[in-house]
Design a protein around this ligand. Structure first.
Ligand code: ADP
Ligand code: MG
Length: 672
C-alpha cells in the first residue's frame, strides 16, 4: 500500500463514503492518515448517579426504570426515560431519535454517557450515547480522536477508517535522514501517525505531534529551498521605466503617502526597473494602505506595454479591487479585466481571449482562476493580495514553477522577524509600520450579551450620522448542536430593534456569489447601512464609511481573526468602534478578549495570545491568521520551525534530491 493510493483501497470505504471524504479533501490513504483529530475525548469509569455534576460529560451504568416516552415539542420529537442505579435516578432525553423507543426496554442495563444539564429543579442527561458494557470497556482510558466532520460522516466512521488505514501502513524507511531524526529527537513517522490518531497518553500524543509538526515545517522548508535556488538572481528581461502616467497617478491621489508607503514604493520601483526580477513581500497591518502600492506596480507594468495580474483570496475582494481599479485606471487608458468563479462560461472565455490578445493590461481575479487557466500575451508582474490567506499549500505549489516575472506578495499579519526570515526567506521585505496619519485609533469594548440594547442604540445613532455598521455572527442559521448567534435570526431581530428606515441585510457564505457581490456592492455604496454577516467579510474588504464592528460570540474566534475583522473599520477619517460580545461565562474567554480591548496592534496581540495558551493546549482556538499549517502553529512551534529549516538547508545535494522526490515536489510551469 502507498499513501498515494485511493481511499477506496481501505477496507470498509466504498464509493459513497469516498464521496463524503472528498468533501473533506480526503482522496488518498495519505490524506486520510493526515486528517488529524481536532481534539480527543477521554472516557472515564461510570460514576454513581448521585455523584453526577451539572455541566460535565459523564458516564453512568444504569438500568432503564420507566417506559420510553415520546413527545413532540416545537417541531422536535423528544424521547425520554428514567435510568436508575443503586444511588439514584436520572432522566435521559434525546431529540429526533424516535427509533430509540424500541431500544430502551425497561429493565435493560447500559452505559450512558452524556452531558448533565439542569432542567428546572432536576438534573437531566442530555442526548447520551448508549454503549454495551463490553463496548465501553474498549474505549476506557484511551484518548479517543474527535475529527473534523462533514454532513453524513460520523466520528465513529472516521475512527474506523483511520484505524484501517493505519493497519495498512507499512513500517518502511523514513524519508528523513537518520541523523536528522536523531538530532531532533523525533519518533518515526509511522509511530507518529499511529499515536496522533489513537494516543496511549497525552505524552505520547505530544511526541507524535512533535514529529508531524517537524514534518510539516520540513516539507515547507524544502519547498522554499527549491524556490530560492530557482529564483536566485533572475535577470530582469523586461524593459520597464517610470512613466508619466505613473507620476500622474501618484500626484492625483487624494492623500499623502505615509513614510512607510513611500519607502515601499521606492523598493518596488527599484526592483521593477532594476537588473533582477522582483521577489518582494509587502507587509503592513490591516488598513496601512497596501492596495495603492499594488496599483502603482500594476500601472508601471501596464504603461510599459506589459500585463500584470493581482490575485485575491475571495471573490468579494477581487470584485472590490476590480471596481476601484477600473475607476482609477480607465481614465488613464489602462484596460482592466476581471476573472472570477461566478462569471458564466462565455464571459470567462471572452475575458481569457482579451487577456491572450492583450486587450487587457491588468487582470484581477481569484487565485485558482488566474493561476491555472490563463494565457497572457506579455505578463510581467504577479501580485498576491492577503498572501497569508492562501495557506501553505499554495505557497508550496509555487516552488520550482520557473516564473521569471516580477512577484509582489502582500500580507497583513505581523510576524516576528526571526520567523519572517524563515517563512519568507526567499523574498525581500518592505514593511509599512504606520497607519495613515489622520486615522483615529479604534475604540474597543468587551461586553456581555446584556449590553445588546445599548449597542443597538449606538448603531442606530451612528447610522443617523451617516455611518455604517457590521455585525458578525459565527453561524449562518440556527443549529441544534451549536448554540451561537446566527446571521439569519439576527438580521430579523435587528430589523425589529432598529428604526424602520435603517436598511439591514444578511450576508453569508451559503448565498450565491452573484447575490453576495450585489450585497457587498450595495454596502460599499451606502445603500445598506447595517450588514449582518459571517466571517466572509474578514479579509481585505474596504468600506471606509463603516465605523462600527460588532462581533457576537467573539470568544469563538481566534484573536488573529478578530484583529482582521476589526480591521474592516477604522479605515476612514471618522472615529470607529469595535464591540466584542462575549457569549460565554468563561473567565479564560474574557481574558483573551481583554487582549483585543487593550491593543489595536496585531503584533502585540499574537504574542499575548500565545502566552495565554498553555503547553498542553494544542487544540484551542487556532490562530487563523498567518500561514495555516495542519498541526503546526508558527508561533507556538517557532523553535521547531527554525530547527526544520536548518535541517532542510543542511541537506546534502543527494539527500535533498531524495527528499524532494519522496515528498513529491515537482517542477511545473504555471504562468505562461
Ligand atoms: P490594506 O493595507 O488593509 O490593504 P487599503 O489599501 O485597503 O489597506 O487601504 C485602506 C484605506 O486607506 C483605503 O480607503 C485607502 O484609500 C486609504 N489610504 C491608503 N493610503 C492612505 C494614506 N496615505 N492616507 C490616507 N488614506 C490612505
Ligand atoms: Mg488589503
Amino acid at each position: 500500500m502507498q499513501q498515494s493510493d485511493s481511499v477506496e483501497s481501505v477496507k470498509g470505504i466504498g464509493e459513497k463514503t469516498a464521496q463524503m471524504l472528498a468533501k473533506l479533501e480526503i482522496f488518498t490513504v495519505g490524506d486520510l492518515l493526515h486528517h488529524y483529530p481536532r481534539d480527543y475525548e477521554v472516557y472515564e469509569l461510570p460514576v454513581p448517579i448521585a455523584n453526577l455534576r451539572e455541566g460535565s460529560v459523564m458516564a453512568i451504568e444504569a438500568g432503564i426504570a420507566t417506559f420510553a416516552e415520546v413527545k413532540r415539542m416545537k417541531g422536535l420529537t423528544v424521547v425520554s426515560c428514567n435510568a436508575q442505579d443503586m444511588s439514584g435516578t436520572i432522566r435521559l432525553t434525546w431529540f429526533n431519535q424516535v427509533y430509540l423507543k424500541n431500544v430502551l426496554k425497561r429493565g435493560t442495563h447500559y452505559i450512558f454517557r452524556g452531558r448533565i444539564v439542569r432542567k428546572g429543579a432536576a438534573l437531566v442527561m442530555d442526548q447520551p450515547k448508549i454503549y454495551k458494557k463490553e463496548e465501553y470497556r474498549i474505549l476506557l482510558h484511551v484518548l479517543q480522536p474527535i475529527y473534523p466532520l462533514t454532513a453524513g460522516l460520523t466520528n465513529r466512521a472516521l475512527q474506523k477508517a483511520a484505524n484501517q488505514a493505519l493497519c495498512l501502513l507499512e513500517a518502511g524507511e523514513d524519508y528523513l535522514p537518520k541523523r536528522i531524526v536523531k538530532q531532533n529527537k523525533l519518533i518515526s513517522q509511522k509511530a507518529a501517525l499511529g499515536e496522533i490518531h489513537f494516543p496511549k497518553s497525552m505524552e505520547t500524543m505530544l511526541d507524535a505531534r512533535k514529529r508531524l509538526v517537524f514534518d510539516e515545517f520540513f516539507r515547507f522548508a524544502v519547498c522554499l529551498r527549491k524556490q530560492k535556488e530557482s529564483r536566485l538572481l533572475e535577470k530582469n528581461h523586461f524593459l520597464i521605466k517610470e512613466t508619466e502616467t505613473c507620476r500622474q497617478f501618484l500626484q492625483s491621489l487624494p492623500y499623502q503617502l505615509t513614510a512607510g508607503q513611500e519607502e515601499a514604493l521606492k523598493d518596488i520601483r527599484k526592483d521593477m526597473t532594476g537588473e533582477y526580477t522582483m521577489n518582494r513581500l509587502l507587509q503592513g497591518d490591516v488598513g496601512s494602505g497596501k492596495t495603492v502600492l499594488a496599483e502603482y506596480a500594476l500601472l508601471l507594468a501596464a504603461t510599459n506595454g506589459y500585463q500584470g495580474c493581482i490575485m485575491a483570496p475571495t471573490e468579494v475582494l477581487a470584485r472590490q479591487h476590480y471596481e476601484s481599479m477600473r475607476a482609477a485606471f480607465e481614465p488613464l487608458g489602462v484596460r482592466v479585466e476581471l476573472l472570477v468563479g461566478s462569471m458564466g462560461a462565455a464571459a470567462k472565455k471572452a475575458a481569457c481571449a482579451r487577456i491572450a490578445g492583450h486587450e487587457a493590461d491588468v487582470v484581477i481575479g481569484t487565485h485558482a482562476l488566474i493561476q491555472e487557466k490563463v494565457l497572457y500575451d506579455k505578463l510581467a508582474l504577479v501580485i498576491t493580495d492577503e498572501q497569508h490567506r492562501f495557506g501553505v499549500r499554495q505557497r508550496e505549489s509555487l516552488a520550482g514553477k520557473g516564473e521569471y516575472v516580477h512577484v509582489l506578495v502582500m500580507s497583513a499579519t505581523p510576524i516576528p522577524r526571526t520567523l519572517a526570515i524563515v517563512l519568507y526567506g526567499d523574498l525581500d521585505v518592505s514593511l509599512i509600520k504606520e497607519l495613515p496619519a489622520e486615522r483615529l485609533p479604534i475604540k474597543n469594548c468587551v461586553v456581555g450579551t446584556s449590553y445588546r440594547p445599548t449597542a443597538f442604540r449606538f448603531i442606530a445613532k451612528q447610522v443617523q450620522e451617516g455611518r455604517q455598521a457590521y455585525v458578525i455572527c459565527p453561524m449562518v442559521e440556527q443549529s441544534e448542536e451549536i448554540e451561537a448567534e446566527n446571521v439569519t435570526e439576527y438580521t430579523r431581530r435587528l430589523r425589529e430593534e432598529l428604526p424602520e428606515q435603517v436598511t439591514v441585510e444578511a450576508l453569508h457564505g451559503k448565498q450565491k456569489a452573484v447575490l453576495k457581490n450585489d450585497l457587498m456592492e450595495q454596502f460599499a455604496q451606502g445603500k445598506i447601512q447595517v450588514l449582518v454577516s459571517t466571517t466572509v467579510v474578514e479579509v481585505g474588504v474596504n468600506v471606509p464609511n463603516a465605523t462600527v464592528m460588532m462581533i457576537e460570540d467573539a470568544e469563538r474566534f481566534g484573536l488573529a481573526q478578530l484583529h482582521q475583522l476589526r480591521g474592516r473599520v477604522g479605515r476612514g477619517a471618522h472615529q470607529s468602534y469595535c464591540i466584542f460580545v462575549n457569549g460565554s461565562q468563561d473567565e479564560k474567554a474574557r481574558e483573551r478578549l481583554e487582549i483585543m480591548n487593550r491593543s489595536n496592534d496585531g503584533f502585540y496581540i499574537a504574542g499575548e495570545d500565545l502566552k495565554l495558551r498553555g503547553p498542553g493546549d494544542v487544540f484551542g482556538v487556532r490562530q487563523s491568521g498567518e500561514m495555516q499549517f495542519e498541526l503546526a502553529d508558527i508561533y507556538r512551534d517557532a523553535d521547531m520551525l527554525t530547527a526544520a529549516n536548518a535541517a532542510a538547508e543542511g541537506l546534502t545535494q543527494e539527500e535533498y534530491l531524495h527528499v524532494c522526490s519522496e515528498i513529491g515536489i515537482k517542477s511545473e510551469k504555471v504562468f505562461h
